[in-house]
Write a protein that binds this ligand. Structure first.
Ligand code: UYC
Length: 232
C-alpha cells in the first residue's frame, strides 16, 4: 500500500536512530516498494561516511532475493558501503560479504586470516600473530576491518568497541573478560560453541582474539595508534 510506504519513507528520512532501526525491517516486509525506499535512502547518504543504520539498510538489500535490489547493489555499491582501503593490497571484500550476510562466525575466521595476511606470509602459515606484528600492522587496514565490523553490527562489534570498554575498565583484564562474554567466573568461554554469533551478544564480544598464548597480542591491538583519533 503506497500510503504505508510513503509514511514509512518520511519517518525513515526524518527519524531518530532508534526509529530508523525499527522502520528498516518494516520496509523490508513491504516488497519492492519498500526496497526502493531503502535504495533511495542509501543513495542520499552515500556522500557521508556509512553508519550502522546505512549498514542495516544495505543488509536488507544484500540479503534480498529481489532482482531490483541485486541490480541496484551491483551498479551502486559493488563492494559494499565501507571503503575497502588497504595499504598492502589486501582484499577485504570476502569479509564485507560475510558481515553483510550477518555470518559473524565465518567473518570472525576471515578476520583472523586477514590479520595474519597483514603480518605477512610467515604469519599466514603460522595462523597466529606475534605482538610485534600487530604493532607494525598498518592503521588503514585495521581501521577498514574495524569499520566493517562496526557498520554491520549496529556498532556493537569491533576492536574500537573492545578498546573503549577496556579503557573504561582501567585496562583491567579480569573485569574485561566477563564484560565482553569471554569468561564466566573462572571459566573461559569455549571456542567456538560457547560464543554468541549474533547481535544478542554483549557489546565487544566479537571479533575474537585467542588468549591461549597470552594477552600481549590483544593488548597491542587495543593500544594500536589506529584507534588514537576517534576512529570509531
Ligand atoms: N578461545 O577460550 N583455543 C581458538 C578464544 C583461550 C584454545 C580460536 C577466546 C583460553 C585451544 C579462537 C577465548 C583457552 C584452541 C579462539 C577462548 C583456549 C583454541 C581459533 C576466551 C583455554 C585450538 C583460532 C578468552 C583455557 C588450538 C585460533 C590452538 C582456538 C578464541 C584454548 C578464535 C576469545 C585461554 C586449545 N580460540 N583459548 O587462534 O592452538 O586457533 O589454537 O583463550
Amino acid at each position: 500500500p503506497a500510503n504505508d510506504t510513503d509514511s514509512l519513507r518520511q519517518t525513515l528520512i526524518a527519524g531518530s536512530l532508534q526509529v530508523q532501526q525499527q522502520i528498516i525491517p518494516q520496509l523490508a516486509d513491504l516488497g519492492n516498494e519498500g526496497l526502493s525506499v531503502l535504495m533511495e535512502f542509501l543513495l542520499k547518504r552515500r556522500d557521508n561516511p556509512a553508519t550502522w543504520i546505512d549498514g542495516k539498510a544495505y543488509q536488507v538489500l544484500y540479503n534480498s532475493d529481489a532482482l531490483p535490489a541485486k541490480e541496484f547493489l551491483l551498479s551502486c555499491f559493488p563492494e559494499g558501503i565501507v571503503p575497502l582501503k588497504s595499504e598492502c593490497g589486501i582484499n577485504y571484500n570476502p569479509l564485507q560479504q560475510l558481515l553483510a550476510a550477518q555470518d559473524f562466525q565465518a567473518a570472525d575466521r576471515v578476520t583472523i586470516q586477514k590479520m595474519c595476511e597483514l603480518a605477512g606470509p610467515t604469519a599466514v602459515q603460522r595462523k597466529w600473530l606475534y605482538f610485534t606484528e600487530v604493532e607494525n600492522a598498518p592503521a588503514v587496514d585495521l581501521q577498514t576491518i574495524n569499520y566493517l565490523w562496526l557498520v554491520h553490527s549496529e556498532g556493537k562489534f569491533g576492536f574500537s568497541v573492545q578498546r573503549e570498554i577496556w579503557l573504561s575498565l582501567g585496562k583491567n583484564w579480569d573485569s574485561f573478560w566477563p564484560k565482553i562474554g569471554w569468561k564466566n567466573g573462572n571459566n573461559w568461554t569455549r571456542y567456538p560453541n560457547g560464543f554468541t554469533w549474533d547481535l544478542s551478544a554483549p557489546r565487544g564480544h566479537l571479533p575474537l582474539s585467542n588468549q591461549l598464548r597470552g594477552v600481549r597480542v590483544f593488548a597491542s591491538l587495543l593500544s594500536h595508534p589506529a584507534w588514537a583519533k576517534s576512529a570509531t
